[in-house]
Design a protein around this ligand. Structure first.
Ligand SMILES: *[C@@H]1O[C@H](CO)[C@@H](O)[C@H](O)[C@H]1NC(C)=O
Length: 204
């Protein structure tokens, strides 16, 4: 065999090995929702049981408004599209009635991208040094960086709707009001830790 043939032979061998390696390596890991979620996502469902329905969600419609805020979010996470498992992305929508709001909230591990499609929303997020706030109209896109408190309010004349994308397959939703006031935290502690006990008015 000439040298060139030997090289080609080994090249071929290498190629067949790597292509085999890629095809046996998982291209996706559809969530097995029967098992427990872990910090690195759900365990994979056997590939033989995976179908197209694991990658499609069909009715992204307005969810029920969060009482009493007249606004709410619908999230399509890994729990709705098992194929999102491990991909670090998900979707949803935000719908707010007139004078309604999606109250102050945050997603611990997800940046949010909001794409306005209908009506008008005043949206913003807060950091210790800066308030970013803007009134959005259809076609506007706004980003809410990971973990920051944010909100949307509808001061418009009609209902407002937007689609959202999250940089997590399971963004979670922590609503500040619920965290603070819908718990068994003793009232005295709640008042002291939030200054609702009047410390602020007393001028301390
Ligand atoms: C929305 O709020 C404004 C200002 O408070 C009020 O004038 C208006 O009637 C409200 N609209 C609805 C539909 O609640």
């Amino acid at each position: 065999m000439k040298m060139i043939h030997i090289i080609l032979y080994f090249l071929g061998l290498l190629l067949s090995f790597t292509s085999h390696a890629t095809s046996s390596f998982k291209d996706f890991c559809v969530a097995n929702l029967l098992l427990r979620d872990t910090p690195s996502g759900y365990p994979c469902k056997p590939q033989s049981l995976v179908t197209e329905n694991d990658f499609v969600f069909s009715k992204l419609e307005p969810g029920p408004p969060i009482t009493p805020f007249n606004g709410g979010t619908t999230t399509v996470s890994v729990n709705n599209i098992p194929g999102l498992n491990g991909l670090g992305i998900s979707a949803g929508r935000v719908d707010i009635g007139i004078n309604g709001t999606v109250p102050m909230h945050f997603h611990p591990d997800a940046t949010e991208l909001l794409i306005m499609v209908e009506g008008e929303m005043t949206a913003g997020f807060i950091t210790p040094t800066k308030l970013i706030m803007k009134t959005l109209n259809p076609g506007d896109v706004m980003v809410f960086p990971k973990g920051l408190l944010h909100f949307q309010v509808n001061f418009g004349v009609g209902k407002a709707a937007a689609f959202v994308a999250y940089s997590s397959s399971n963004p979670g939703l922590h609503i500040l009001d619920t965290l603070l006031f819908d718990t068994n935290l003793p009232t005295a502690i709640l008042e002291m830790t939030t200054l609702l006990d009047g410390t602020l008015e007393k001028g301390y």
